[in-house]
Design a protein around this ligand. Structure first.
Ligand code: NAD
Ligand code: UDP
Length: 396
């Protein structure tokens, strides 16, 4: 019996499409590729300089001797190892596709003030040809921006105990109404946000002047398995990944979790698998997604970074069976941790009206549940490698 046709939100059958996914080998890309292979008939031209995180989708599964095993999605994903900074094959791949999804970027805060030029080039200059090829060839584009384009909240400029700080208009971030508030130029943390903002404006202008069909995604701290790297295990020893991997690394090594400037900044965390559902809805409902900017986050999962450290410590103790440390956290200054020119977003609550109205999407997973599945993965994937690395004598 033939499988029932998959329908979009308006009851129309979804036709198979070819997607050029740039940055497919990263954290979000790897989950999106998995979803597209497991649940849709679409083909992915996966572009990246790395493929480790999608290796399990690309390599044939192991088979009994003499037999050739195949994935059910065999032939629907092709990896193209190329650097979009300088590779003439990019335009051809975009032309062959119905849709381009651009995820490629330098997007780790430790890089924003230490490698500001690479950050600006990666998030603005390198994205320019992608936008141009889509526009010139009448191809749809889903571009990944960031919640960081909002910068600081209006409320953050009021005195600490001012009653207006509690009013949602002073902190909830709305795609079509909130201003973008960055720090001064020497606070190079904001170079990332500024580059992302300018590429958003350029894409919007291509839509307005040349009819580019686009969707812009603003992720609010998506987290889950395969995010970033564990320093010294599958990334550089001196590297500083995003907070989930920093805290996972501390927990795995049984060292205190470092709270930058006391860990008072607030974040909302969304489970990667919930967020990927939103991206799939955008992908398969162009009539509802084109021309829109979408916040994708979970307003119900708000914590300070200090609270995140406390919850991760409890969850890790549960999944690993190890007792928590007596001194689970340690305060460090941002200058010591990130260097000169660091600054921070104070609070990030996404307004969900637009994504809810257009795509009917809502996040489902609580912070505890998403940390439990993520830290179970971290423990299973890294605990043994860390144990071996820590047992090695240090070279004198
Ligand atoms: P990631 O670093 O895991 O993935 C980015 C991928 O792009 C990497 O695999 C990298 O190798 C690739 N890439 C970078 N430059 C490239 C180039 N020149 N040529 C080819 N490939 C290149 O990051 P992620 O978390 O998956 O984020 C993806 C996108 O989402 C980024 O644009 C980021 O700014 C945005 N974003 C993510 C989050 C989040 O919560 N994860 C939050 C805000 C914004
Ligand atoms: N942070 C921290 N300790 C760490 C890593 C990060 O206190 O070991 C803080 C960081 O200063 C920021 C928050 O955690 O306030 C989230 O940082 P992340 O790198 O995940 O990215 P951001 O949300 O700032 O883009």
């Amino acid at each position: 019996m033939a499988a029932a046709a998959r329908m979009d939100l308006d009851g129309n059958p979804i036709l198979p499409m070819t997607i050029c996914m740039i940055g497919a080998g990263g954290f979000i890309g790897s989950h999106l590729c998995e979803k597209l292979m497991a649940e849709t008939p679409h083909t992915v031209l996966a572009v990246d300089v790395y493929s480790d995180k999608i290796k399990h989708l690309l390599d044939p599964p192991s088979a009994a001797e003499g037999q050739q095993a195949r994935h059910p999605w065999d032939g629907r994903i092709q990896f193209h190892r190329l650097n979009i900074k300088h590779d003439s094959r990019l335009e051809g791949l975009i032309k062959m596709s119905d849709l381009t999804i651009n995820l490629a970027a330098i997007c780790t805060p430790a890089d924003y003030n230490t490698r500001p030029l690479d950050t600006i080039y990666s998030n603005f200059i390198d994205a320019l040809p992608v936008v141009r090829y889509c526009s010139e060839n009448n191809k749809r584009l889903i571009h990944f921006s960031t919640c960081e384009v909002y910068g600081k909240t209006i409320g953050s400029f009021l005195p600490k105990d001012h009653p207006l700080r509690k009013e949602p208009e002073f902190y909830v971030l709305k795609e079509d109404a909130s201003p973008c508030i960055f720090g001064s130029i020497e606070k190079q943390r904001w170079s990332y946000a500024c580059a992302k903002q300018l590429i958003e404006r350029l894409i919007y202008a291509e839509g307005a002047e040349n009819g580019l069909e686009f969707t812009i995604v603003r992720p609010f701290n998506w987290i889950g398995p395969r995010m970033d790297f564990i320093p010294g295990i599958d990334g550089p020893s001196e590297g500083v990944p995003r907070v989930l991997a920093c805290f996972s690394n501390n927990l795995l090594r049984r060292e205190p979790l470092k709270l930058v400037d006391g860990g008072q900044s607030q974040r909302t965390f969304v489970y990667i698998k919930d967020a990927i559902e939103a991206v799939l809805l955008m992908t398969e409902n162009p009539a509802r997604a084109n021309g829109h900017i979408f916040n994708v986050g979970n307003p119900n999962n708000e914590v300070t970074v200090k609270q995140l450290a406390e919850i991760m410590t409890q969850v890790y103790s549960k999944v690993s069976g190890e007792a928590p440390l007596e001194m689970p956290t340690l305060d460090v200054s941002s200058k010591e941790f990130y260097g000169e020119g660091y600054d921070d977003s104070d609070k990030r609550i996404p307004d969900m009206t637009i994504i809810n109205k257009q795509l009917g999407w809502n996040p489902k997973t609580s912070l505890w549940d998403l940390l439990e599945s993520t830290l179970t993965y971290q423990h299973r994937t890294y605990a043994e490698a860390i144990r071996r690395a820590m047992a090695k004598p240090v070279a004198s």
